[in-house]
Ligand binder design. Structure first.
Ligand SMILES: [Zn+2]
Length: 257
């Protein structure tokens, strides 16, 4: 199964993959039914999560029910348990590059005034560049932009834009691939070779691999780091992590303005 996923990822463009996956995964989910793992997002119970990974394979990663990955399930749990995202009266939300496993669910939530944006995707509300967000200052209570900044040449401009469009006291969720073993970000804008980018930054279209100084970059534009989110997993038991398919080393970059 993993080989098939890996080949598909390399051959087909992402929008087509998304359409194909929506059809195929319903069948896969049916055949994967079981009670070893449980997805907090789609609430499906399966024999296991599917393996996934662009360069390196991770077992127990992709939910056959909603196509969520470990980081999506982690974020969902944190939002449910530690924020007012699901029960605040009204939140204005900007979700950039929205994930398949979230978009339909967030759209249905009555308490969210929900806007999606992306540079290329045909399914979003607003076509937009994160370095030039077409909204006024302090327009949103929540800005979500996961796994985008590692693609952006000048991430400082994007971070300042996120800060600008967020209301005071608003929440930002900015997940990126994070090398927790490195204090500093590995970045070199002269590298444009796809293979070299993949080797150094983890994917052919990434321009850096963030180290733990990612949080300093967020702070430098004015954000405050939510340390509860950063350390969220330290209190979760290993069995629970395995059952929900979550990686213990994962860190949630959630900030406040
Ligand atoms: Zn799921």
């Amino acid at each position: 199964m993993y080989r098939i996923i890996k080949v598909l990822l390399k051959i087909f463009p992402r929008p087509l993959l998304i359409k194909m996956s929506l059809i195929v995964h319903k069948f896969v989910a049916f055949f994967m039914r079981g009670n070893k793992v449980s997805c907090p997002i789609c609430e499906g119970n399966f024999r296991k999560f599917l393996p996934y990974g662009y360069v390196k394979k991770r077992d127990n990663a992709l939910c056959p029910g909603c196509l969520s990955l470990e980081r999506h399930r982690l974020l969902w749990l944190f939002l449910k348990e530690h924020t007012n995202f699901f029960n605040a009266e009204e939140l204005k939300v900007l979700h950039i590059a929205p994930e398949q496993c979230f978009i339909g669910r967030f759209k249905k939530m009555k308490n969210l005034d929900y806007t999606t944006g992306d540079l290329e995707s045909p399914i979003v509300d607003v076509k937009m560049d994160v370095c030039d967000i077409p909204f006024e200052d302090e327009a949103f209570d929540v800005v979500i932009c996961n796994h985008v900044l590692e693609h952006v040449n000048d991430d400082n401009i994007a971070m300042r834009e996120f800060y600008r469009v967020m209301k005071n006291d608003g929440m930002g969720i900015f997940q990126v691939p994070l090398n927790i073993k490195s204090e500093t970000t590995d970045e070199d804008s002269t590298i444009t070779d796809r293979a070299e980018r993949e080797r150094r930054f983890g994917q052919y279209d990434h321009v850096r691999y963030y180290g733990m100084d990612y949080f300093d970059r967020l702070k430098s534009v004015g954000f405050t780091i939510n340390n509860n989110a950063k350390q969220y997993l330290s209190n979760m038991c290993v069995n629970d992590l395995e059952r929900k398919g979550i990686i213990l080393e994962d860190i949630l970059p959630i900030v406040k303005k």
